[in-house]
Design a protein around this ligand. Structure first.
Ligand code: MD3
Ligand code: FE
Length: 229
């Protein structure tokens, strides 16, 4: 018997999240209006995605970028797809080329784009076609400070994030920096969709605990899929 969501899981779109059509057995949790976690949604494709990330990193290696204020970010990043998110002394932006090599980012693997589209659909955002996939790698102790994602042209598209490897704690704040964040545990295979009224909420990641996971040793890998252009 397919699990049916309780009425309180009705989200702002009026869409009823339904685990059918996603990973069999994925559980849906609404975190806030517009923010939905699909627990385990990526599990059946995790190994294939892991191999794809290794292939991407062989061409466009993980690197620590510099903020416009000339601070080095602790998270290591790379990208795939038509546009990649980059940061340097000139600012944050999306670029079709890897500034390290001057070449285009590797293509977005179908397994990743298709998973993101299915997850967005499940969360009530049909027709999501990401053109940017940022791959974040967290070593133990690495964190991502509270920020908003606002380098994209159009905030009507959601953002989909896929968590792999060592578990982490997302910090989900409000629309201004002063709203105290809530903590959300995300594990290997969890997919989160952030859209509508949640799209511009402040968010971050707490320092990664020292831990081991068979997927990638002591690392956490996060894929963030966006419509940037
Ligand atoms: C909540 N990455 O790359 S993904 C980022 O886990 C980023 O690597 C984090 O934030 C990570 O910009 C978090 C989750 C996420 C992404 C976008 C959001 C959460 C969000 C937009 C609005 C609210
Ligand atoms: Fe972000």
């Amino acid at each position: 018997m397919m699990r049916r969501p309780a009425p309180l899981e009705l989200d702002f779109t009026g869409h009823v999240p339904d685990a059918s059509g996603g990973d069999a057995g994925a559980r849906v949790e609404t975190l806030a209006p517009g923010a939905v976690v699909l627990r385990g949604f990526a599990l059946e494709h995790a190994d294939e995605i892991g191999r794809a990330v290794a292939d991407i990193a062989a061409v466009a290696p993980f690197r620590r970028m510099t903020t416009p204020g000339n601070r080095r970010m602790s998270v290591e990043m790379t990208n795939c797809g038509p546009l990649g998110w980059v940061s340097d002394h000139r600012g944050y932006r999306y670029s079709p080329v890897d500034p390290e090599s001057g070449r285009r980012w590797p293509p977005m693997p179908h397994v990743i784009a298709a998973l993101a589209a299915r997850a967005a659909d499940e969360a009530g955002f049909p027709g999501f076609e990401p053109d940017a996939c940022l791959v974040n790698r967290y070593a133990p102790g690495t964190k991502l400070s509270l920020h908003q994602d606002k380098d994209e042209r159009d905030f009507s598209a959601p953002i989909v994030s896929v968590s792999l490897g060592v578990p982490a704690t997302f910090l989900l704040g409000g629309l201004t920096r002063k709203d105290a964040p809530v903590r959300i545990r995300v594990e290997h295979g969890d997919v989160v969709v952030w859209g509508g009224p949640a799209r511009l909420r402040y968010h971050g990641v707490a320092p990664l605990a020292e831990a081991e996971h068979p997927f990638a040793g002591s690392y956490r890998i996060n894929l963030t899929l966006r419509r940037a252009a």
